[in-house]
Write a protein that binds this ligand. Structure first.
Ligand code: SAM
Length: 324
């Protein structure tokens, strides 16, 4: 039994948001009208999440990424990660964090046997960081990155949301980090999520960044893709330990090969980030449904996956609620 959508794509990657709470207020993530936090009772318990993951594994899910909101702010996250790492069928477990609490919890992360992390960092300038995120914590993130590097966590992926007129003056410096550190710096195209005119004003194609880097830093040598690669096109500058990636979320759709399903913190399955169609799996679980019913809902959600988000304008839900 596999999770196959209407277009014969096999879904083997589940992205799980464990909380809608976040300790930052990023301009592209919490946009527009005030964000309505979920009630605690509406958020899936760890037990419920593990049950869904277990069912998803029997339908061929091989890769799980934990996200949020900010996953490190949820109580009990490290015990949860430890339990998750017991699922030996999973070939890849990782989490995405803003890194603010990374240094403080580096030992917990290692203890939970998580070896792959994605950290969001859009700027190397502490003042600009505050403008983008609303909070003065750039040094916390940087110290966390260095702690993760020194503890041997690999790969450390740095997610940079590319925004023309906001961090365009730093793309070269961010890419240049790969000369010194084995970081994988990935430039992500801004996505039209939530109500915001940010997208109209600051969107830029990842190709422009790539050209810029090639002009100023040297040739980008393609890196061979592996089966667990996400949608990033991966490159290296000659002789450098790190990698530079481009995620063309908007300009080149990677929908054709999209293998993802999302589980939101309130227990909704969402087969496409840029589609508002979801399936509520929390209600049947709380009514005591069987595992085969969970399989049924997972398959139903997979069938809702659109072939492409090509006609999608703006998703009304905010990224902090969906789990990027
Ligand atoms: N709090 C964690 C973090 O900061 O990485 C995890 C959640 S965050 C929603 C996950 C990722 O989504 C981050 O890398 C963030 O930069 C990205 N993201 C959020 N809103 C976005 C948008 N409108 N376009 C592109 N990426 C976005």
């Amino acid at each position: 039994m596999k999770l196959i959508d209407q277009w014969q794509r096999q879904l083997n990657y589940l992205r799980v948001s464990i909380t809608d709470r976040c300790n930052l207020r990023c301009i592209y993530c919490r946009t527009g009208p005030a964000f309505q936090k979920l009630n605690h009772t509406d958020i899936l318990s760890y037990e419920e999440i593990l049950r869904i993951i277990n069912a998803a594994i029997s339908l061929g899910i091989k890769k799980v990424r934990i996200t949020g909101g900010e996953p490190l702010v949820r109580k009990g996250v490290f015990s949860f990660l430890k339990e998750l790492s017991q699922f030996t069928e999973l070939e890849d477990i990782s989490f995405t964090s803003n890194g603010v609490l990374l240094e403080r919890h580096i030992h917990d992360i290692i203890d939970a046997r998580i070896h792959r992390i994605n950290i969001s960092l859009d700027t190397l300038n502490a003042k600009k960081y505050q403008t983008i995120t609303g909070i003065n914590k750039w040094h916390h993130v940087w110290n966390g990155l260095i702690a993760a590097y020194e503890k041997g966590i690999r790969p450390i992926k740095l997610n940079v949301v590319a925004m023309n007129g906001i961090n365009d003056d730093e793309w070269l410096a961010l890419a240049g980090l790969t000369r010194q550190y084995p970081f994988w710096v990935r430039f992500i195209e801004l996505m039209p999520v939530g109500h915001s005119d940010l997208y109209a004003k600051h969107w830029v194609s990842a190709n422009i960044i790539k050209k810029n880097i090639e002009t100023h830093l040297g040739q980008l040598i393609p890196v061979q893709r592996t089966s667990h690669d996400g949608p990033a096109d991966r490159f290296q500058l000659e002789g450098c330990p790190g990698e530079i990636g481009f995620i063309h979320a908007i300009s080149h759709h990677f929908c054709k090969t999209c293998n993802r399903m999302r589980l939101t913190a309130n227990g909704h399955l969402r087969a496409c980030l840029l589609s508002d169609q979801t399936i509520d799996i929390r209600t049947p679980i709380r009514k005591g449904c069987s595992d085969s019913e969970i399989h049924y809902w997972l398959k139903t959600a997979a069938r809702l996956k659109p072939m492409s988000h090509i006609n999608q304008k703006t998703v009304t839900d905010q990224m902090v609620g969906i789990g990027g």
